[in-house]
Design a protein around this ligand. Structure first.
Ligand SMILES: Nc1ncnc2c1ncn2[C@@H]1O[C@H](COP(=O)(O)OP(=O)(O)O)[C@@H](O)[C@H]1O
Ligand SMILES: O=P(O)(O)OC[C@H]1O[C@](O)(COP(=O)(O)O)[C@@H](O)[C@@H]1O
Length: 310
């Protein structure tokens, strides 16, 4: 079973506006809201693709109720823990460019954290846990290390999708998969990554630290997968982008759905890219039919590392 942990779920409030101006009243041409947060998005897409999953994490207040209602409607299994306060609303502004304002989040107590740890302690070898998204500022910044140590005790594989300084420390736990985008990979090494070659170079450095698989996503350009078995470039299909929020999470979900079916890393990558792009071409997250349609449009290519300038 694939479990996802979202410490800080959200309602994603998507506002379309022809142009945004600071300091005046702006009026949206269209507004939409969806349950969000990285782990929840992974569980939503896994469910759409027919792969068993349970969403874990914390929800609170009226926004938390909306999130739970939507998950129920979509038949996403969840064992979310209810906490004090209100789950956040993240504003996604679609003007000439896409901008995001992500909210703070509710208060999560030590007791709440112990409940989550208890849930993870009951998992077994063969289970996969996806730890995805930011940590609310009311929680210890070491929470992911704590959760990874719990998973390591039962040989549970961990997938990490988070950025920031903490990622460096978390690599010591040798996760099964990490999925930074090229900006987040650059942050890890204090550099700006501007080309596929640079992304491949730094992905190799992450592999050397013991991570089993790293996918570096590069939005419309596709993604790189580096593993001990080889390094691959997957070109993303072309299409009209409607809302790329959740594309990275969909990539992770598509990869895990593919991997859990066939344990074939290349099939998993292809499925991941198709899911990521299908989400970018949709208002909400992708649907299975669109993922299947795009599957054959994903071009995979093995990378010869000798060709990459050091
Ligand atoms: N403009 C786009 N066109 C086609 N596919 C896209 C586009 N943006 C994102 N994707 C797909 O979604 C995946 C993840 O997108 P990315 O933006 O890199 O992730 P994140 O949301 O984590 O920053 C990409 O690898 C690609 O498959
Ligand atoms: O936890 P964070 O880093 O604030 O991110 C939360 C946001 O990321 C999302 O999960 C989308 O993530 P991606 O676009 O990277 O796939 C939104 O649903 C949510 O609003």
């Amino acid at each position: 079973m694939i479990y996802t942990v979202t410490l800080n779920p959200s309602i994603d409030y998507v506002m379309s506006i022809s142009s945004f101006q600071e300091g005046v009243v702006n009026r949206a041409s269209q507004t939409m809201y969806y349950p969000g947060g990285k782990g929840l998005n992974v569980s939503r897409v896994l469910t759409k693709l027919g792969t068993s999953t349970t969403a874990l994490g914390f929800v609170a207040g009226f926004t938390g109720n909306f999130i739970k209602e939507k998950l129920l409607e979509e038949q996403v299994n969840e064992k979310l823990i209810e906490v004090e306060g209100v789950s956040r609303i993240n504003v996604k502004l679609k003007a000439k460019m896409e901008s995001e304002i992500n909210g703070t989040g509710p208060v999560v107590s030590e007791n709440n954290i112990d409940l989550l740890i208890g849930q993870l302690q009951s998992l077994n070898e063969g289970d996969i846990v996806v730890l995805a998204g930011s940590i609310p500022n009311t929680m210890p910044s070491t929470i992911y290390e704590t959760l990874m140590s719990v998973c390591a005790k039962n040989n549970v594989k961990v997938v990490l999708d988070t950025g920031g300084e903490m990622l460096t420390k978390l690599l010591d736990w040798k996760p099964f998969l990490i999925k930074p985008n090229h900006h987040e990979l650059g942050d890890l090494f204090n550099v700006t990554i501007e080309s596929t070659e640079e992304a491949i170079h730094y992905a190799q450095k992450v592999l050397e630290q013991g991570v089993e698989n790293i996918i570096v996503s590069m939005a419309g350009d596709g993604a790189i997968l580096a593993t001990k078995q080889g390094t691959y470039f997957a070109k993303a299909p072309k299409g009209v982008v409607k809302n790329s929020v959740g594309a990275g999470d969909s990539l992770v979900a598509g990869f895990l759905a593919g991997y859990s079916k066939e344990k074939n890393i290349l099939h998993a990558l292809q499925n991941g890219i198709a899911a990521g792009s299908a989400t970018a071409f949709s208002h909400d997250l992708c649907e299975k039919e669109e993922v299947e349609r795009l599957l054959n449009e994903v071009v995979l290519q093995e990378v010869n590392l000798e060709d990459i300038k050091k």
